[in-house]
Design a protein around this ligand. Structure first.
Ligand code: F6P
Length: 813
């Protein structure tokens, strides 16, 4: 019985564990709407919902199947045992019976010995038969015969089987024909006769040493077989009964254990204190559930991320904490125009494109450099104003910089030092100590401003970009409990290249004041970690993607940035045919003409020169496009006091002029250079009017122009040509991907784009629109905030724990 008993203990435990794990697994495949998934998570945690109610637990199909399988195995085992037992019992009882028959035969002969001997001689056949008949009184004795020493039958009873002849039986009794009486032995065997099986015993009859012959007793064996049959039946019945009782007991025991486990798990998941043996298991399960919930939230499973969802995430995970963003560029610029009026401008900045919708959703404060000529007039004495104008979803806090500060910090260290250091665009970085000093001072100034804006000791501060590499550490020192999320919007160079910066250690240490440090790609995270590894004394935890420096841990993770979806600007632009008509009219294009667009700040990393050269090469190799294809470049002047930018501006104008000179005819000009700041509605009109948009960055962290073009094309037409060297190229695989330096490849891509059938354009555009819709900027911000919330929880728990633990003697406070 040990087997079923052990099984009855082990099976229910295993089954309970398996069922619980299958519940956890089923959680992974929940439906895709957040509310359903979350509700099921909560229901799952509170009550293991897919398990049937206790009353109907027996009807649970999975449970029944497991139980039936177990009972079948139990019954089969018992049947085998019963069969083995019956074979053993049959053999043993038959051996007993046979031994018994031999003994009885010997007894019968020795009891009648005197009478047998006295009537053995010929002439006494009648008396001898009487003696033999006397021996057959036992009903199991079928017949008796007396065989003489000459092996002839002397006398036999009526029922003695004639086939059992003396001469054959003598072979067993008498070893040899001349064997003396002492050598004769009792012999027994079983014979199958037509009437059934019989047991035959031949017992020698001696007078002194002289053998007189032998007496043959034939026992009927059918009674033995009848008894064996009865025994077998009894055994089968006994085992069947045993099987039923054992199965019932096992099932009841399994059920009780299962219920005990379920109740225990329910209690634990609801927060009851676990018995010691449950603790490791409970920890694993809680970790798993928490990870899955966070993953679902962070991965955006369960539907699109919207402003509302982001707001909910902030409320749920961060208790509606006020978010403070620090970015050099302000989202709204007040500029005094030549006519003396104040214009409100939206700067040409990917950072602003991405973050402004996030701030509208989250509220809080955006701390930025007030760079507009009319910014002071538009703000209060503290530099604050509610934005967006007329909506007031959040506060813009403007910080005023002196011309020296702006020159050293923004133009100098940020844009002549770090910008070329981080971009592979073959422009040498310039590192001046005075710029570095200003960079430090301005970072410090922003740290003070953040200190004024935060509402608590543990605020959430989002630090943006390469202008503020030192700010995270400054904030950490001021507000040790703050959650500082830093996002680096540009590439991070490899450690060798980064190493040329004279203040590399200070920059790394500054960034490592962050709680989370984000880049667009894993590749840039790796470059950062390699730089830390090379230049700082820090511990790198590659498993947790963290760097521990001066006792503080920073998570280093990729968060590919995106745009709002659907784009808010779509509401302010006309339909695609109207946009096309108005843009064509503006540019003086014929109705059948084809249009390409490029939209950038005038920056040497954007590959604008290479882009125009590709257009030139296209017109060289495809003469039929001359007069028909126009490329409009919207170029916002940027950082114009830096010589390289002025040089770029001149180069671009020169190349455009040369191409126009080569291929113009009548009113046709192949390149239209719109060198000015363009407000988003204009940019969107051009996106919607174009047949192709070419993003030719030589190096770009992400590039949001590519994503904006996709957002603008709700007609699912238009082709995107995208440089390999943008972060966006990793996501937008349906774009035509090119190396912008390779003018043959780029011009061929332009030609393919212009020839691409509408169906293919639709397929590609639809796939890219689906991706950008799903991976929008709310999801980007949501993922970082969820990660931040998890960190805060962890830090609070470990803080609580360290307060609870007794102090270690001699350890610093
Ligand atoms: O790529 C970094 C970035 O901040 C972008 O977001 C933006 O396009 C650009 O630099 C802005 O530059 P600036 O603020 O100097 O005009």
């Amino acid at each position: 019985m040990w087997m079923p008993l052990t099984a009855s203990l082990i099976r229910p435990l295993t089954f309970s564990m398996m069922s619980f794990m299958s519940w956890v697994r089923s959680f992974r495949s929940f439906g895709h709407t957040p509310s359903r998934g979350y509700a099921r998570l909560r229901a799952g945690v509170n009550g293991l919902p897919h398990l049937p109610s206790r009353r109907f637990a027996w009807l649970n199909v999975g449970y029944m199947r497991h139980s039936l399988r177990f009972v079948a195995a139990l019954v089969a085992g018992l049947a085998l045992l019963a069969w083995g037992a019956s074979v053993l019992v049959t053999r043993t009882t038959r051996a007993w019976f046979e031994r018994d028959m031999v003994l009885r035969a010997q007894l019968a002969v020795s009891g009648g010995r005197e009478a047998l001997v006295s009537h053995w001689e010929p002439g006494h056949e009648a008396e001898l038969r009487k003696v033999l008949v006397g021996m057959t009184r036992d009903e199991r004795v079928l017949g008796v015969a007396a065989c003489g020493a000459d092996l002839q039958l002397r006398v036999s009873t009526i029922d003695y089987p004639p086939s059992l002849v003396c001469s054959s039986l003598a072979l067993g009794v008498r070893p040899r024909s001349d064997a003396p009486g002492a050598a004769w032995t009792t012999w027994a065997s079983v014979f199958s006769l037509p009437g059934g099986r019989v047991h035959v015993t031949a017992t020698p009859l001696l007078e002194g040493d002289q053998p007189l012959g032998f007496v043959v007793l034939v026992h009927d064996l059918t009674f033995v077989e009848r008894r064996e049959e009865t025994t077998r039946r009894f055994l089968a019945l006994a085992f069947a009964f045993l099987a039923i009782v054992a199965s019932v007991f096992t099932l009841v025991a399994a059920r009780l254990s299962w219920r005990g486990w379920s109740n225990e798990l329910r209690r634990l998941i609801q927060g009851g204190s676990p018995p010691p043996e449950f603790r490791p298991f409970l920890r694993d399960v809680r970790d798993l559930v928490e990870r899955l919930a966070a993953e679902r939230e962070a991965e955006g499973l369960g539907g699109l991320w919207t402003p509302q969802r982001l707001k909910n995430t902030l409320t749920r995970h961060l208790h509606g904490e006020r978010v403070v963003i620090v970015a050099n560029r302000e989202p709204y610029v007040h500029e005094r125009t030549e006519s003396g009026e104040v214009a409100l401008l939206h700067p040409a900045s990917g950072l602003v494109t991405a973050l402004e919708p996030v701030m509208r959703a989250c509220s809080g404060v955006w701390v930025a450099h007030g760079s507009g000529s009319a910014d002071r007039e538009a703000s209060d004495e503290k530099g604050r104003l509610p934005v967006p104008p007329g909506e007031g979803s959040y506060v813009l806090r403007r910080l005023w910089l002196s011309p020296e500060e702006e020159k050293g910090y923004y133009y100098g260290f940020a844009n002549e030092g770090l910008w070329p250091l981080c971009h592979i665009a073959h422009t040498r970085p310039i590192f001046r100590s005075e710029d570095w000093r200003q960079y430090q001072a301005v970072n410090h100034k922003f740290a003070e401003a953040v200190g004024e804006e935060v509402g608590s000791e543990d605020p959430i501060v989002l630090v943006q970009d390469y202008h503020f590499a030192l700010l995270p550490r400054m904030l950490r020192e001021r507000l040790p409990r703050a959650t500082v999320i830093t996002f680096w919007h540009i590439p991070w160079p490899n450690s060798e290249q980064f190493g040329i910066c004279p203040w590399r250690e200070e920059l790394l240490a500054g960034l490592l004041g962050s709680s989370i440090l984000g880049f667009h790609t894993q590749f840039h995270c790796n470059n950062f970690v390699d730089s830390v590894d090379r230049f700082l004394e820090a511990r790198i935890d590659r498993e947790q993607h963290a760097v521990v420096h001066r006792g503080h841990s920073t998570l280093v993770r990729p968060y590919p940035i995106s745009i709002e979806w659907p784009s808010g600007w779509l509401g302010s632009v006309p339909s695609v045919p109207e946009c096309r008509a108005s843009v064509f009219a503006e540019l003086g294009l014929a109705p059948g003409a084809r249009l390409g667009v490029g939209v950038d700040r005038l920056d040497y990393t954007k590959g604008i020169e290479e882009r125009l050269l590709a257009v030139e090469r296209l017109l060289e190799r495809t003469p039929e496009l001359r007069g028909r294809f126009t490329f409009a470049q919207l170029a916002a002047p940027s950082r114009t006091i830096i010589p390289q930018y002025r040089q770029l501006d001149e180069n671009v104008s020169r190349i455009a002029a040369r191409i126009n000179e080569r291929f113009s005819s009548g009113r046709y000009r192949p390149v239209v250079l719109l060198r000015a700041h363009h407000e988003p509605p204009t940019v969107f009109r051009y996106y919607r009017a174009a047949d192709v948009c070419y993003v030719s960055s030589l190096h770009d962290g992400m590039n949001l122009v590519a994503k904006e073009f996709i957002a603008a094309r709700d007609d699912e037409q238009g082709v995107l040509i995208l440089s390999h060297f943008t972060g966006a190229a990793r996501e937008l695989t349906e774009a035509l991907s090119v190396n912008p330096y390779d003018l043959e490849e780029a011009s061929a891509a332009l030609a393919s784009a212009l020839l691409m059938p509408g169906d293919e354009q639709r397929d590609r555009m639809r796939a890219m629109r689906t991706l950008v819709a799903e991976f929008n900027v709310y999801r980007w911000a949501g993922r970082m905030l969820v990660d931040a919330a998890r960190l805060r929880r962890k830090e609070r728990l470990s803080g609580r724990l360290s307060r609870l633990l007794p102090p270690v003697p001699g350890a610093p406070e």
